[in-house]
Design a protein around this ligand. Structure first.
Ligand code: 13P
Ligand code: SF4
Length: 334
């Protein structure tokens, strides 16, 4: 049972603000709760390493959606951000989907309010709408096909050449796709607050100091950085690249949470997080980092905060995700 005050606070703060006994071994408690409740913990690569270490599955946005669709668990605890947990709920509506902190949002999702996007869509009535999965469930209801950074090229290439395409909400990923596919996309002007903060100048200095290093970057980064990158890919593609490349040093231009898995997979290699413009840790995603091990434990214990979506939103948003899943399966992704 949760006390009423804790539930009131959940509405206000987005998470269960209940004191956790500091002597508890949270990893053991989380393992016990998972077993007791037939729950699974899915974690994105940008989560804190201690959360990744209690997860049953760690992956990029596409892999996590695929896992959410196929899991036999009754409860999915999504250690990631709101749009990811919503996608899991859309794919597995019969399951309870928990997000440790409901305020774990995303600057890309925030940049594209559905009421404004509706007008944008009306101004381009013949366009096929492709939305990066980093958007709200409501935006997905206005979308023909979703994509992630792992399958965006295949999604764009699946659309007949004579059809105009709207791409939302990430302008940087959109510009990258224009170059990669040669298609003329109509872009929504959104950006990821993490990937646009990297400093070209500081990265240039790092490259000068480490001429042996390869610069690897996520396509949410700005074009000026991508131009200099030795490899561009989604989080899972970046991880794979560091395992297969013969190089020993990498400058990593994405959220540094991924370095935990890179270092685990290639213990002899060096990973340097790409520096942000200011003297801050603003290359860390503040939304992803709202989740903590304590919040994961509390969410599993009390089965709150839960993702709630109406049947209409689930039905209307699902079609765009199903199309993405079909294209990914055809392309042998996942
Ligand atoms: P991927 O893990 O799909 O590459 O996405 C990165 C990201 O920004 C998720 O918010
Ligand atoms: Fe959103 Fe960027 Fe954070 Fe990913 S890293 S959740 S795109 S703000």
């Amino acid at each position: 049972m949760i006390a009423t005050t804790a539930l009131d606070k959940l509405e206000e703060k987005g998470f269960l603000d209940i004191a956790v006994d500091p002597t508890l071994d949270l990893a053991t408690e989380i393992a016990r709760l998972k077993k007791e409740k037939n729950a699974v913990v899915l974690a994105h690569y940008y989560q804190d390493s201690e959360i990744q270490d209690v997860a049953d599955f760690i992956g990029d946005s596409l892999q996590l959606s695929q896992e959410a669709a196929r899991t036999q668990a009754d409860i999915i605890l999504f250690a990631g951000v709101h749009f990811m947990a919503e996608t899991a709920k859309i794919l597995s509506p019969e399951k309870k989907v928990l997000l440790p902190d409901l305020l774990a949002g995303c600057s890309l999702a925030d940049s594209c309010p559905p009421h404004l996007f509706r007008l944008f869509k009306e101004a381009n009535p013949n366009a096929v709408v492709v939305s990066y999965v980093n958007c709200t469930a409501e935006l997905k209801t206005l979308t023909d096909i979703c994509c992630t950074s792992s399958n965006a090229v295949q999604v764009i290439e699946s659309i007949p050449e004579d059809r105009p395409i709207i791409f939302a909400p990430d302008r940087n990923l959109g510009e990258y796709l224009i170059k990669k596919t040669g298609r003329n996309l109509i872009l929504w002007n959104g950006t990821c607050m993490v990937h646009e903060i990297f400093s070209d100048e500081k990265i240039g200095r790092l490259q000068h100091r480490h001429p042996e290093a390869e610069l690897i970057a996520h396509p949410e980064c700005e074009d000026s950085l991508l131009e200099k990158a030795d490899f561009i890919g989604s989080t899972s593609q970046l991880l794979k690249y560091t395992q297969t490349s013969p190089r020993k040093t990498f400058i990593v231009a994405t959220e540094p949470g991924i370095i935990h898995q890179m270092a685990k997979a290639s213990p002899g290699k060096t990973f340097i997080p790409a520096p942000p413009q200011n003297n801050c840790a603003c290359n860390e995603c503040p939304h992803m980092k709202r989740n903590t091990l304590e919040k994961v434990y509390l969410a599993l214990k009390y089965e709150q905060p839960e993702i709630q979506l109406s049947d209409e939103i689930i039905r209307d948003a699902r079609a765009s995700i199903d199309r993405m899943m079909e294209i990914s399966a055809r392309a042998g992704l996942g």
